[in-house]
Design a binder for this molecule. Structure first.
Ligand SMILES: [Zn+2]
Length: 375
């Protein structure tokens, strides 16, 4: 029997501008009458990273006729402040302009909320009921921060309003772009097998360490909860089945409809594998996937300033000592110091590079996979 799927759209207020007007974002929701995972997706928390919006467009097209189980919530262009901050041709969408906070570093995680929750857990509790209680507990913690008499910063306000939705979900996908970048995905170490359901060739495996991002704010509490309960009550297997990913879909400041269709298929293949449809919509492509642990995802900084030609392309295999970039120094054009060369410190795969040719000394030129392996 085909599931019955209800669709609705509402608006969530996430910020307020200086004229006192509310800034809201659309929240698209598909809900099935059949039980299944609850999924949350958002795009463009960094305002210049726009490809996720065309991916969500393709997802919504597909979901209108998909045999959905459970529920999917999609929030495109979730940062109306960041996406409207332009300077000339460019979008300055990475930092809250008022407080300087990175828009993807102000989500909430509080270890004391976990400790207090573990104290109350009935070790025989039904798993679904326990998950519901934990969600309420964490969301209450978020609400306390949001309603503090002292207030919170712009980025944190926006982050926490979105996090309330995300924390209800079993699966969270935060869609980003690199500056000039190949497709890659951040995956919590415990979910590495799930990385094979996406058609994404580069995988970064991350530990249980909270650094402020939405994926971490989702999986760190569940990961920590399962570890604490496993220690306290080892006779039961404490697994909650919650997964969260940051998906980096190409370069910022551009959208590509055809690539977006492929990106959407990759997500639908993962969601199919996770039981979100009564019939799988897609299966993952057969492809090579390179992975690294987060500690081996290295940043190469420029030593000197200058004008850079990026020779190594994102996704290309580079051997130790091969040339990555050439730097032109306009102050030494007449002699042999005019052109500097930057070569690879070890075997690596550049995943992304700085988008501009003009660089100051100390710029993040490249981010690279080192010590990578096949997944
Ligand atoms: Zn981003």
């Amino acid at each position: 029997m085909e599931p019955k799927v209800k669709f609705n759209k509402e608006y969530l207020v996430v910020a307020q501008n200086a004229s006192g007007r509310n800034l809201n974002v659309p929240v698209y929701r598909f809900k099935s009458d059949l039980p299944g995972p609850k999924v949350y997706l958002q795009s463009s928390i960094h305002g210049a990273e726009v490809q996720g919006n065309v991916v969500i467009y393709h997802l919504i097209q597909a979901l209108q006729s998909a045999p959905l189980k459970g529920e999917i919530i999609l929030v495109p262009n979730c940062n109306p402040v960041g996406s409207n901050l332009k300077s000339g041709e460019y979008t300055l969408g990475r930092f809250d302009p008022v407080n300087g906070q990175n828009w993807n570093r102000a989500y909430h995680f509080d270890q004391s909320l976990l400790d207090s929750f573990v104290e109350q857990v009935d070790p025989k509790a039904d798993m679904a009921e326990l998950k519901g209680l934990f969600r309420d507990h964490i969301k209450q913690g978020i609400d306390e921060v949001l309603t503090s008499e002292w207030g919170v910063g712009l980025a944190q306000q926006l982050n926490l309003k979105l996090q309330r939705f995300a924390f209800d979900a079993d699966i969270v996908l935060d869609l980003h772009n690199g500056p000039v970048s190949t497709r890659h995905i951040y995956v919590p170490e415990y979910a590495r097998e799930s990385a094979k359901f996406f058609n994404i060739p580069h995988v970064i495996l991350i530990p249980n360490k909270f650094a402020g991002a939405l994926d971490e704010a989702t999986f760190c509490p569940w990961w920590t909860l399962s570890e604490l309960l496993q220690q306290k009550y080892p006779e039961r297997h404490w697994q909650f089945g919650v997964e969260a990913f940051t998906v980096e879909m190409g370069s910022q400041e551009v959208i590509d409809f055809n690539a977006g269709e492929h990106d959407a298929r990759s997500i639908l293949s993962y969601l199919s594998a996770k039981g979100c449809f009564s019939e799988p919509l897609f299966t993952p492509d057969v492809m090579q996937r390179h992975a690294v642990f987060l500690r081996d995802y290295k940043t190469l900084f420029s030593q000197q300033g200058g004008i850079v030609e990026y020779l190594a392309k994102p996704g290309q295999i580079v051997k130790k000592h091969e040339l990555l970039a050439r730097v032109l120094n306009v102050d030494e054009l007449e002699d042999n110091r005019a052109v500097g060369e930057i070569s690879a410190p070890c075997d690596l795969i550049p995943i992304l590079h700085f988008p501009s040719a003009s660089v100051l000394g100390g710029t993040q030129l490249y981010k690279c996979f080192t010590n990578y392996f096949d997944l």
